[in-house]
Design a protein around this ligand. Sequence first.
Ligand code: CTP
Length: 404
Amino acid sequence: MLKGKSIILGITGGIAAYKGAALCSKLVQAGAVVHVIMTESATKFITPLTLQTLSRNPVYIDTFDERDPAVVSHIHLADHADLIVIAPATANAIAKLAGGHADDMLSTTLLAATCPILIAPAMNVHMYEHPAVVNNLELLASRGVMFVEPGTGQLACGYVAKGRLAEPEDIVMAIDSWFGKGGKLKGKQVLVTAGGTMERLDPVRYLTNDSSGKMGFAIAEAARLMGADVTLVAGRTSLAPPAGVKVIRVSSAQQMLEAVTSVYDDMDIVVKSAAVADYRAVNVSDQKIKKSGEKLVLELERTTDILETLGQRKKHQFLVGFAAETEQIEHYAMDKLRRKHCDLIVANDVSKDGAGFNGDTNIVQVFASEGLVESMPLLSKREVASRLLELIAARLPSLGGRGE
Ligand code: CTP
């Protein structure tokens, strides 16, 4: 998808600037024509010569360093770009773009550009969560800027938290998928549920499960990258939501049911990746339950099956459920597909290494009414999300697909 595409790679001044070299190299290897623009601060972390060598093009830093009298560089670059990628994007670079500042080569080129912009932020977690940064990201998302979210892990500042630049392969995948199917879901309303639910027993205790929300958040991010308007109903998760996505936070299965049904009529695609509790306490104690006796028996009752409810009320919506299984995957997946009137069921064997609840990877099989339609090997949850949405887009009746 990248062959012959003209990409401006903006590298700004954070420690992750060194990963810009790997990203540049991968884009060039994939056939893209890459023009690198660095900020002055980025040059403190990595040399322009590295990027010049990898991109096989001159690197731009200073707006006034005009080398070709026939053109004005920032306008020329902006006019000929198919996409601008900023990776890493610092809090300052994000603020400048949000505020429309144009005081260096990168910010000036960004203002002159009419092509899409993709930003991969990287910074300390407290900076990433600062209200100013959150507002700037929201503002940019509302203008159609796309994002590859930072990952969670060891940060250069010593924290283990969200803020790491997404891996270069993930950024390349996002770029590739944007060229392949960018805008494929434009105008579509996508609802994603993610995370686990919490069922209270008393003020300090609850029943929950191991779901991290990573799969659902990756689906929300991928849908946004494909141009959809995304609503994310998130249960228990420690993840920060992807920028540009409308988030409704819920706790219990009942709250998730209410949130989902309140927006369901307006949705085109619904992906139910949340791990919803099947049972809740019959009586939730107002006071902390004191211990008494050797055994405690909790009386539980069934929650409403949200996916099944949506299946019964289905009109035009394309409905995708998940099935976490430990045996007879196909049998249970097909049973859920029929019982809950889904268009697709994404099944995973949660007993396998690399599949399931808490990791960054998954191994899934996707079933439709005719049986298995795609079997994905061990992949990052981002890649699973991207392939799943591609499959959904291909089958969406309003886009010419055959639906159920
Ligand atoms: N689901 C739901 N509401 C529930 C339970 C599950 O919407 N109360 C949805 C999940 O979000 C998922 C799908 O149903 O998309 C399958 O969830 P899973 O836990 O695998 O299956 P269950 O239907 O609970 O069936 P079982 O417990 O028999 O495996």
